[in-house]
Design a protein around this ligand. Structure first.
Ligand code: NAD
Length: 307
């Protein structure tokens, strides 16, 4: 395939300046330019965050996210459009974000930040703070995110169990459970961390039954996709003190609506879908794009191909 013009769609600006990526790819043999919606038709490939119908006339779409649940797989297939994603680059970023949430809960740092806003010198209850070694984290999904989380938490002395479709062992995990045994796996954990993609099978994987299976002193972390969780069921469990708390980076509706009760809960940490942010994001995406431009030139199979 002869690519001539690769567009960096302006929607990537939610994650990094589009020009940073375009500039880092200037040495490619094809033309690379930052484009808006009205310039899609002059390209034959695009790097993007969001989906646009006009992409259906292109040869190749590269998503700067790992999650591509917003793209219409069947239509892309029908129209012969290739889709690749950015899985493989978010292991350390998301791993460190999750480690941060767990340290906040264990060391009560979120309470201190909240008190500081009100100039309050309030110490935690004597038995509120704890340390992480000896605790167990159950990571549901053992791909790039899951492995990065396991490695980072393992380094903090946390015992890490994994839930995956098979029970084959994965580096960094101390014990594996099959997806069918999800309830058993979460029941044994101090922290449950969700890292699966959003698919028909994972939609509302975490429902009232899953939260009821968790210990009442356990924390729930979602860095995957909002709809993997039945959000009203999570809110009910938190309000009933059936869980100790939650750290949430993704939500059923984003931005999280102002009226959501999650905003005001003491033991809920909210981050605005940025668990994977890093100043190196454009470089990490650039490496995948560069690799695939060269594979297209030599008619090789694309890396990270989804459709
Ligand atoms: P990946 O493809 O490397 O890993 C996904 C893993 O989930 C695979 O091992 C797959 O086998 C497993 N899986 C799929 N369905 C499952 C099921 N029903 N039960 C158990 N395991 C199942 O992808 P990744 O890079 O690890 O990303 C995973 C997801 O995390 C993405 O699809 C995206 O939605 C989300 N994500 C969020 C952020 C963020 O900023 N919060 C960043 C990156 C990725």
């Amino acid at each position: 395939v002869e690519l001539e013009r690769l567009g960096v769609h302006e929607s990537v600006s939610h994650v990094f300046p589009p020009a940073k990526l375009a500039t880092s790819l200037v040495d490619l043999s094809i033309e690379v330019a930052v484009i808006g919606d009205d310039e899609i038709d002059v390209c034959d490939a695009v790097v993007t965050l969001e989906y646009r119908e006009a992409f259906l006339d292109l040869h190749w779409i590269h998503s700067i996210q790992a999650g591509v649940d917003r793209f219409p797989f069947e239509t892309l297939e029908e129209r012969g459009v290739l889709l690749t994603n950015s899985t493989g680059i978010h292991d350390r970023t998301v791993g460190e974000t999750v480690a941060g949430y767990l340290l906040m809960f264990a060391r009560r740092l979120h309470d201190h930040v909240a008190n500081q806003q009100q100039r309050r010198w309030d110490r935690p209850e004597w038995d509120a703070a704890f340390t992480l070694p000896g605790t167990t984290a159950c990571v549901v999904g053992t791909g790039t995110l899951g492995r990065g989380v396991a490695e980072t938490l393992g380094a903090l002395g946390i015992r890490v169990t994994g839930v995956r479709q098979s029970t084959d062992s994965v580096p960094g995990f101390d014990e594996m459970f099959a997806t069918d045994d999800l309830l058993e796996a979460v029941a044994a954990a101090d922290f449950v961390i969700v890292t699966v993609p959003l698919t028909d099978e994972t939609r509302h994987l975490f429902d009232a039954e899953a939260f009821a299976a968790m210990r009442t002193d356990a924390y729930f972390v979602n860095v995957a996709r909002g709809p993997v969780v039945d959000e009203p069921a999570l809110i009910d469990a938190l309000e009933a003190d059936d869980l100790a708390g939650a750290a949430l980076d993704v939500f059923e509706t984003e931005p999280l609506p102002e009226e959501s009760p999650l905003w005001e809960m003491d033991d809920v940490i909210i981050s605005p879908h940025c668990a994977a942010y890093t100043r190196d994001y454009f470089r990490d995406v650039g490496e995948i794009v560069r690799e695939n431009v060269s594979r297209l030139e030599t008619d090789d199979d694309l890396t990270n191909r989804v459709v």
